[in-house]
Design a protein around this ligand. Structure first.
Ligand SMILES: [Zn+2]
Length: 176
């Protein structure tokens, strides 16, 4: 989760909501990592989990990630939960809950639906405080909070009052 948090912090550097993900192989070795890149690439599907799963598949040379673990700082959305099922990861580990879009516990449980033919194991709430705090800080900063600890590019964006789409300091989390 520390490595996923590292990816999340890096995402904030390009004004993306700080969400990060990594994929570990069955031995626990890191095979892929990604942060949210929606703002960076202008791609609405460039969530950290999707990017990490794609990179893991490319690295391992297979679209089936049997025995691998997807670690992500925020509860995956419906798209990413679906991508995790399609990739056949063995386990999903997530940090903070996403009450607005989460599709593993909050709104839906896509990954343990008995009607689907693959159901990864799930471990939630890992370093949830750290993971959630990073996102709350991000939105607090965009709404005029303390920008001193954030990268210059992001701080300047905040200071001219151009919050990213959907930002809302009152939410605890958002889609990523
Ligand atoms: Zn997602």
């Amino acid at each position: 989760m520390e490595q996923a948090l590292e990816q999340a912090r890096a995402a904030a550097g390009h004004c993306d909501v700080p969400i990060g993900a990594v994929v570990l192989d069955p031995t626990g070795a890191l095979v892929a990592a990604a942060g949210n890149e929606r703002e960076l690439t202008g791609d609405p599907t460039a969530h950290a989990e999707v990017l990490a799963l794609r990179r893991a598949a490319a690295h391992l040379g297979t679209r089936h990630l049997y025995g691998c673990t997807l670690v992500v700082t925020l509860e995956p959305c419906a798209m990413c939960a679906g991508a995790a099922v399609l990739s056949r990861v063995g386990r999903i580990v997530y940090g903070a809950l996403d009450p607005k879009a989460g599709a593993i516990a909050s709104l839906f449980d896509v990954v343990r639906d008995p009607r689907l033919n693959h159901r990864p194991a799930v471990t939630g709430g890992v370093m949830a405080d750290e993971c959630g705090q990073l996102i709350r800080q991000f939105f607090g900063m965009l709404s005029g909070g303390d920008v001193s600890e954030w990268p210059m590019e992001l701080a300047s964006k905040a200071s001219v009052g151009q919050p990213t789409e959907g930002s809302n300091p009152s939410v605890t989390a958002t889609d990523g």
